[in-house]
Design a protein around this ligand. Structure first.
Ligand SMILES: NC(=O)c1ccc[n+]([C@@H]2O[C@H](COP(=O)([O-])OP(=O)(O)OC[C@H]3O[C@@H](n4cnc5c(N)ncnc54)[C@H](O)[C@@H]3O)[C@@H](O)[C@H]2O)c1
Length: 391
């Protein structure tokens, strides 16, 4: 069997999630390639070596550029902070590699367009990891909407809430620096919510937003301090205070091409909400509600039934006929967050096999970043911004 050699860059949260996804893929889905965990790139030699041993990578390096010239690497999977995405993706594309990249696509619309154009020119497959599209219940929601179960869509309500930086002493990690992250929850969380809205009901045409930063400055991790990410605590090695340059919460109202009116709100200051990713879609014939914390379920309201007999019903999306789940366990044996990565990689490898595309890709990434930048501009200028307006 032909080999598909994978190299990942980044050994943090996503390094683990993607390595798990690549490892599981051939065990549950049938693909025409042998998936090989070929190499991992990181910054710290000791850490990347330990990571390679733990996850079964054949090799490791502290120089991600060394992966580019290698003929025996087919896919580069970028799992680094947003500031790194554009240079890494374009370099990989120019080297003829297929590319997986974590969201948000890039710091700016301009950068994301460059990534999309480079991929188009090189003819490689790109996948942008808005993995929630690959949740069976959400893929099933898409089928229901396309089959007309909701009729004409009136409303989208998307919400994505977390609470991991509510401690004012939480350090100034890359997530809180606009130059490295592009934005706060607007980029980190609303990028997912915008992706789902576009996937399920269509393109937004205008945006009106308010963004807010509650904690204006935070301590910088000092020399010797641990690497910080979500869930880190101040370890006492923190030094000077520097300004937070991203939003802590971002609320937007959107108009859609199909006439629908929607809202998308995201925050890292919603106490008790750890990864509260929800949406509601309301149409003339019915409604659908989803909550990631109960990700195997989809709430459906059938508005065509007798009012006296109607009410929300819970569909348990674990039937073999539902998207993706037939590859896993018998009905009712639920799946989780990590499975979405496997579904995405399956479709990505199929696209390579068949010479087709997968969505979302860098074109989608550019459209999403445009909407997020319109939201930033709307918040700064206090006015509604058309998505086709020049930034
Ligand atoms: N899809 C999801 O569910 C999801 C969840 C969390 C994060 N993300 C995204 O994944 C990306 C990474 O986030 P994370 O939480 O894994 O971050 P993290 O801070 O946990 O890990 C980032 C990794 O990148 C490495 N890195 C940074 N610069 C590098 C370089 N020049 N060369 C080699 N390695 C480098 C760091 O050493 C670290 O291992 C971000 O774009 C983030 O938005 C996606």
């Amino acid at each position: 069997m032909k080999k598909l050699n994978i190299a990942i860059i980044g050994t943090g949260f996503m390094g683990r999630a993607h390595s798990n996804g690549w490892s599981q893929l051939p065990k549950f889905f049938s693909v025409d390639y042998e998936i090989v965990l070929k190499a991992v790139a990181g910054r710290d030699e000791e850490k990347v070596k330990a990571f390679a041993e733990k996850w079964g990578y054949e090799e490791y390096t502290t120089d991600w550029r060394s992966l580019l010239e290698r003929k025996d690497i087919d896919v580069i999977d970028i799992l680094t902070p947003t500031i790194e995405h554009k240079d890494m993706a374009i370099a990989a594309i120019k080297a003829g590699k297929h590319v997986v990249c974590e969201k948000p696509c890039a710091l700016t619309y301009k950068d994301a367009v460059e990534m999309a154009e480079a991929a188009e020119k090189a003819g490689v497959v790109t996948y942008l990891n808005h993995n929630y599209r690959k949740v069976p219940a959400i893929a099933f929601a898409k089928q229901m909407i396309e089959n007309g179960k909701l009729g004409k869509i009136y409303h989208w309500r998307g919400t994505y809430l977390q609470d991991w930086i509510m401690d004012e002493n939480f350090p100034l990690t890359w997530h809180l620096d606009k130059k490295k992250a592009g934005g706060g929850p607007l980029y980190d969380l609303s990028s997912h919510a915008v992706d789902l809205a576009r996937f399920l009901i269509g393109e937004p045409t205008s945006v009106m937003a308010m963004c807010k930063t509650f904690v204006k400055e935070r301590p910088v991790p000092g020399v010797g301090a641990a690497t910080f990410s979500a869930g880190s605590k101040n370890d006492g090695l923190l030094r000077e205070m520097l300004p937070v340059t991203v939003d802590d919460a971002a609320f937007m109202t959107l108009e859609f091409e199909n006439g629908a009116l929607g809202t998308i709100d995201s925050s890292r200051f919603a106490a008790g909400r750890k990864n509260y990713n929800c949406f509601e879609v309301y149409g003339s014939k019915g409604a659908l509600c989803f909550n990631l914390e109960r990700m195997n379920e989809l709430e459906f309201y059938d508005n065509t039934k007798e009012p006296s007999e109607s009410g929300y019903q819970s569909i348990i999306v674990t039937n073999g006929k539902h998207p993706y789940v037939g590859a896993w366990w018998p009905e009712g044996h639920i799946i989780g967050y990590e499975h979405t990565f496997v579904h995405a990689f399956y479709e990505f490898v199929e696209a390579i096999q068949n010479g087709t595309r997968i969505a979302p890709n860098f074109d989608d990434g550019a459209k999403i970043i445009k909407i997020l930048q319109c939201a930033q501009k709307s918040s700064e200028e206090g006015r509604k911004i058309r998505v086709d307006e020049e930034l």
